[in-house]
Design a protein around this ligand. Structure first.
Ligand SMILES: CC(C)(COP(=O)(O)OP(=O)(O)OC[C@H]1O[C@@H](n2cnc3c(N)ncnc32)[C@H](O)[C@@H]1OP(=O)(O)O)[C@@H](O)C(=O)NCCC(=O)NCCS
Length: 172
């Protein structure tokens, strides 16, 4: 069975190789890149999209998904499963093309996807660490039922700036 979640405003579904063009278009955005790890490329080229999709479609079980709005791949959401003593823990990450911001798309996606991950995987904790200069992401997590656990001082360096991170988690 192919995992997919039909939501009011979007669909969360596995990535496909033919998402490359739409992925490139929406991911190639400094406003998106600024909130993510540096392994998310900028500029984001068609070659970056091709490599990402070729690697991602092979991963089993599927943990990294596409967010589709109006039939187009416009964002991503996924978890990174922990191992060893963290094997019941996963880190959540997500992004959305900026044409679709501020409509509640990600609040709905994060809430439903977290429920899905607790059902699907043997997890007791799902956490996210937005940079402290990203209040929209912190707000999404709060609205999706995550609890603020603390501020990680000087935790990241992004775009030439040392920043705090905010630790949010949902537990089961
Ligand atoms: C963060 C992001 C995922 C939000 O997605 P979205 O679909 O626009 O989020 P929603 O519309 O569901 O909710 C956004 C909330 O943040 C609030 N918000 C937006 N900008 C804000 C700001 N500067 N300060 C405080 N709150 C802000 C909105 O008002 C809204 O809250 P409300 O419903 O209480 O009014 C999107 O902006 C994004 O992809 N950013 C770049 C990548 C990223 O940040 N990924 C997460 C890394 S941890």
């Amino acid at each position: 069975m192919i995992d997919q979640l039909e939501l009011k405003q979007s669909m969360i579904r596995p990535w496909r190789l033919d998402d490359a063009e739409s992925l490139t278009r929406h991911a190639n955005n400094r406003r998106v890149w600024r909130a993510l790890r540096d392994k998310f490329p900028h500029p984001y080229t068609a070659e970056d999209a091709r490599k990402f999709l070729e690697a991602t479609v092979k991963i089993e079980p599927i943990t990294i998904f596409c967010i589709e709005v109006n039939g187009a791949a416009v964002g991503g959401i996924g978890i990174h499963l922990g191992n060893d003593v963290h094997r019941h823990t996963a880190e959540l990450g997500y992004w959305l093309g900026d044409e679709f911001w501020a409509r509640g798309v990600m609040t709905e996606a994060v809430g439903a996807f977290t429920d899905f991950c607790f059902d699907r995987f043997s997890l007791r904790r799902i956490y996210a660490e937005p940079f402290a200069n990203n209040p929209a992401s912190a707000r999404v997590l709060e609205k999706a039922g995550f609890t603020f656990e603390g501020r990680l001082k000087n935790n990241v360096v992004k775009d030439g700036e040392v920043l705090d991170s905010l630790l949010y988690a949902r537990t089961k």
